[in-house]
Ligand binder design. Structure first.
Ligand code: C5P
Length: 222
């Protein structure tokens, strides 16, 4: 068979993409990082001096932007208009502005359309905020992945240090809380656990343990 649809949602820095990548690799499925798509548009908007309060300006920009998620051995690269921007879309500036960009209706509509197309006819692991509630509500498996905010900030801190990026832990925690608040309180498809999602609290779990648990859940649904 072509495989099932696995939706992984949850707050910022909960380890969704790390787990989603692993599961996709293990099952031979397509991995789709929807946050990367909103980040790519935000990056381009910053570069192009677009008003991030304007749905129309952002939607026009998006229609003229080619965002491609390129599968790679250990994850996924993000190309914008033919240029690899995988690093750039993780910048502090993009992170600080992405929630505002992602709150607009036409922007979301266009993104969701593209995300559904990408998921057609293949086994897929898609991660984001509204995958189980709005993008792919018929997903065979929905996981809502979370961890305490202290744990999430700590993980992001360690990840940053490894990449040579030095941001104080307290600042990371504040940014994560702020982004979660914005994503949860917005009007359109807010971050919210779907009624039929399975809650996985990864606070005291290893990556291996979380990946194994999700794969077990997936296998029961195949
Ligand atoms: O997953 P990541 O942290 O890269 O997502 C960046 C931002 O993109 C989120 O904070 C949220 O504002 C937006 N997003 C969204 N819907 C998704 C995925 C991400 O609104 N499905």
């Amino acid at each position: 068979s072509k495989g099932i649809i696995i939706a992984i949602d949850g707050p910022a820095a909960a380890g969704k993409s790390t787990i989603a990548k692993r599961i996709a690799q293990k099952l031979g499925y397509t991995y789709i990082d929807t946050g990367a798509m909103y980040r790519a548009l935000t990056h381009k908007a910053i570069q192009s001096n677009i008003n991030m309060g304007s749905d129309k300006d952002l939607a026009d920009l998006l229609k003229h932007t080619e965002i491609v998620l390129v599968p790679e051995e250990n994850g996924q690269a993000v190309w914008i208009d033919g240029v690899d921007c995988s690093e750039e879309i993780r910048s502090q500036e993009v992170t600080a502005n992405v929630s505002e960009v992602a709150a607009h209706s036409t922007v979301r509509h266009l993104m969701v359309e593209k995300q559904r197309e990408l998921a057609e006819g293949t086994g897929v692991v898609m991660d984001g905020r509204d995958i189980g509630t709005a993008v792919l509500p018929k997903a065979e498996l929905k996981v809502f992945m979370t961890a305490s905010v202290d744990e999430r900030a700590e993980r992001r801190f360690v990840e940053n240090e490894k990449r040579g990026i030095h941001i104080p832990l307290a600042q990371l925690k504040e940014e994560i809380e702020k982004r979660d608040r914005a994503d949860s309180e917005r009007e359109l498809s807010p971050l919210k656990m779907a009624d039929d999602a399975i809650l996985v609290d990864t606070t005291s779990m290893s990556i291996e343990e979380v990946a194994n648990q999700v794969i077990m859940l997936a296998e029961k649904r195949m």
